[in-house]
Design a protein around this ligand. Sequence first.
Ligand code: NAD
Length: 280
Amino acid sequence: MKHIGIIGAGTMGSGISQVSALHGFHVTLVDLEEQILHQGINSIQNGLKRQVKKEKISQELMRSTLDRISTSTSLNSLSNADLVIEAASEHKETKMNLFQALDSICPKTSILASNTSSISISNIASATNRPELVIGMHFMNPVPVMKLVEIIRGNQTSDETTETVNSLSKKLDKIPVECNDSPGFISNRILMPMINEAIFCLSEDIAKTAAIDKIMTIGMSHPMGPLTLADLIGLDVCLSIIQVLHNDFGGDKYRPCPLLKKMVTEGKLGRKTGQGFYSY
Ligand SMILES: NC(=O)c1ccc[n+]([C@@H]2O[C@H](COP(=O)([O-])OP(=O)(O)OC[C@H]3O[C@@H](n4cnc5c(N)ncnc54)[C@H](O)[C@@H]3O)[C@@H](O)[C@H]2O)c1
């Protein structure tokens, strides 16, 4: 495996590109507009610069890493990708359309992976004629720092595909852990109800933002509080995930907090827009 295609130059796609290129893979990063790609490359550059400053990588490795990344606004640039990791926005229709297109563009043997946080891998695979080669590769944010890759097997994902993706994750210096396909998988099925509940606590004025976070960091030894984490993930991404859980499981347990919906409507998406539960 030499050439990895990555779709989406946002928070996750740029992080996955950075880590893949750093470990020697040639990356083609695809997004809808040049401007977004430009921002993605900037954020990769800044991430690598921080690593140089901390003396984790050399200036030379930073340069060669950047040289291994090319960008494009056309999916056709992925026509010889050995593996594609889709990290586009968390909308089922967007992902279904992308996988249908990738199936006709990429070589018949290429693995098509999705970084989705919650959408069924078996559903995404049904948009293709190669469900055995479709798998979930759920990286954590920030990708260059976080070790886990949650590997999600769809109904028809083959053992060979799973092995290849496990071994690739290790080459990227990550730790793959497998689970079966189910809404939100393991990570977000457990994490998102906690974040949503923290937002309910805030909206019911049970405690202020900082107090809610402190109770969870000091009291539960979480490295960051749920509201800080929501800002890091992106409130739009959190809302999409909790909506998938609500739609797929039903019941009140996963009902999105109205305050979360309101903040997303107002464009307060967290760190990426400069305003969420905190200001940046
Ligand atoms: N943010 C997180 O903490 C996090 C963590 C793990 C997984 N994820 C998942 O990763 C994926 C991306 O999330 P993100 O936070 O990077 O979102 P983001 O909004 O930062 O970036 C998404 C990018 O996808 C692009 N895009 C949308 N439609 C596209 C298309 N048809 N073709 C090409 N590009 C397209 C957008 O222009 C945008 O740049 C989502 O599925 C999300 O659930 C996010």
